[in-house]
Design a protein around this ligand. Sequence first.
Ligand SMILES: [Mg+2]
Ligand SMILES: [Zn+2]
Length: 268
Amino acid sequence: MNVQPKRSAIGVPSSGRCQLWIDFDGTLTQQDVLDELIARYAIDDSWRVIEQRWQRGEVGSRQCLTEQLDLVRISPAELDALLTGITLDPGTVALIEAMESRGVPVVVLSDCVELFIRLILERHGLGRLSVRSNTAVFHNHRLKLQCPHENARCTFGAAHCKCASMDVLGQGGRRSIYVGDGRSDLCASMKADVVFAKGVLAQCLDKESLPYVRYSTLHDVTHYLAAAWQSAAMAEAYVATAHPSPVPDAARGEPVPSPGYRDTRATA
Ligand SMILES: [Mg+2]
Ligand SMILES: [Zn+2]
């Protein structure tokens, strides 16, 4: 596993050479499912202490989530109501459809619980998406977290080591685009070729002086990629007309920034 940033490969390759990895909580959705669950149904406020340690980077998400979920007591009806209240980012469906229309594989990588993710995606007509995440056993109003995709070698102590999942599920020959919003996206972001970030993830990447494209909603990601790929296609057509002069970067899959978004690569 290699989590070193690949500074030499930060452009958007053509769509035929890309795969898209996307976080679930706060990225595909507007709320963080586990945060809502814990804040509303923990038996006391002690979850805040471990949350602060996680936010400071003192513990990994595995320890944080396990300890926090141990505090939750929730009935099946309450859980169903909570999941029903989760809404998607306004650009989720458009982004997924745009990737599908171009044949770009999409995988959801999440620290959330698979059953919750599947219920929410199916409710919004996205049950076909590939998902890799944690699981949980729900019994007697209690949830016990299970982490089948943790990785002792990942220095981030993640419940789900997303960078290792990219190794396992990645399609050879395709470069990785990562979209996320949180600390648990950091190891995967350091492995990806192109990163779209907001929230805590953007702060973490700023702190590490790592390049990324800042976004607000997933519509921004869709528009950025569409513009980059359109430029690449135009450049390829330009090359095809046998112009002998130096080839525009886009034809080689190099960065094709789109105007209108803050691209930290320009200032990094
Ligand atoms: Mg998130
Ligand atoms: Zn990792």
